[in-house]
Design a protein around this ligand. Structure first.
Ligand code: TRP
Length: 340
């Protein structure tokens, strides 16, 4: 059998700027994998997926497309090593989606736990757009078009990978082929992949207004940190405090490389005598150190949007070459290349 090169395909919906939840959930992993040099890496801005529930506000998606591109470049996704591209510029993805839709039942789509949760959150009820319900199939097209075997994403995306593997198996069985590849997810280490919001809510999300953005300036980060949810029973500095469910300590666990120091602080806090202001100031230093170089790179790229557009255009051209080749193989397998 021919040696299969490892391929990464991943991406994000552009519905706003990316925040530190995206950073710990997937961006850190993507940069690390890119830098191993072992993968052909494709990173996609999923504007078309974003439109499935924002069709009436395309301007928001257009604006966010550039914000996400800047966030990618800022965290260290390097166009010399990774192909960054825009989903809507790759027509082959749409045709692949149409072919795959015939291999999936409506009831299977309605069972997808991530989509189900989103339909509830967005209060769609029976008016859920058909395009939204089927976005896991379009995501299968994204992944398989590049024959990706590796998909670094947040753990909420596992149902999309399961759906993709089912489609790949069904396709390869029906058409007696092995052209499509089953992907595996790459998730952050346990306990470090999901960051709660500033308010202690389990999820950091734009709609909850509890985010620290990669583009936030120094003062904004400090203000946000000083407002964070801690332990409501820790009133006086001398009171013993709780570290479980205490957002400041959860962030320290995720961001502070000095694990021993975090342990010491936890012990002091639990014993009583360590104040919230003091630990927040410490967390602020840790976060500023991590986010400053990211913000500075972001500002540098933001000053040259022509360059950013060029990256997206060239990336999309390369992505089209790869996706068109896969589409040709898929059409051959189904037997609908009648005239060639
Ligand atoms: N569903 C992802 C999100 O919510 C975006 C996405 C679209 C994606 N297609 C993908 C991620 C393919 C990984 C692989 O942001």
């Amino acid at each position: 059998m021919a040696e299969q090169k490892h391929v990464i395909l991943t991406g994000d919906r552009p519905t706003g700027k990316l925040h530190i939840g995206h950073y710990v959930g997937s961006l850190r992993n993507r940069v690390a994998l890119q830098n191993t040099g072992k993968y052909d890496t494709f990173i996609m801005i999923a504007d078309q997926q974003a439109l499935t529930d924002n069709a009436r506000d395309p301007e928001k998606i257009r604006r966010s497309l550039h914000e996400v591109a800047l966030d990618y470049l800022a965290v260290g996704i390097d166009p010399a090593k990774s192909t960054i591209f825009v989903q809507s510029q790759i027509p082959a993805l749409n045709e692949l989606t149409m072919h795959y839709l015939n291999l999936v039942s409506v009831s299977r789509l309605k069972r997808n736990p991530t989509v189900k949760t989103e339909i509830k959150q967005k209060e769609f009820g029976e008016s859920v757009p058909a395009g939204f319900l089927i976005y896991p199939v379009s995501q299968a097209a994204d992944i398989t078009a590049f024959k990706a075997d590796t998909v670094p994403v947040g753990d909420d995306q596992e149902p999309m990978l399961e759906q993709t593997r089912e489609i790949v198996r069904t396709f390869n069985r029906i058409y007696d082929q092995d052209i499509l590849v089953e992907p595996e997810g790459v998730f952050p280490p346990k306990g470090e992949g999901r960051i709660p919001g500033l308010d202690g809510n389990a999820k950091m999300s734009k709609s909850l207004g509890n985010c620290i953005y990669l583009s936030d300036d120094e003062d904004t980060i400090q203000k946000k940190v000083m407002s964070m949810y801690t332990d409501p029973t820790h009133i006086k500095v001398s009171d013993p405090g709780h570290v479980e469910g205490n957002t400041v300590f959860t962030y320290l666990d995720i961001f502070d490389p000095d694990k021993e120091h975090v342990e010491e602080l936890k012990q002091q806090y639990q014993a009583g005598g360590l104040g919230d202001v003091k630990i927040k100031r410490y967390l602020n230093e840790v976060l500023q150190a991590e986010l400053k170089p990211i913000r500075e790179r972001r500002e540098k790229f933001a000053a040259d949007m022509d360059y950013v557009d060029k990256v997206l255009m060239e990336g999309s051209a390369r992505a089209n070459e790869v996706a068109n080749q896969t589409l040709k193989e898929v059409r051959d397998a189904i037997g609908i290349n009648y005239f060639s």
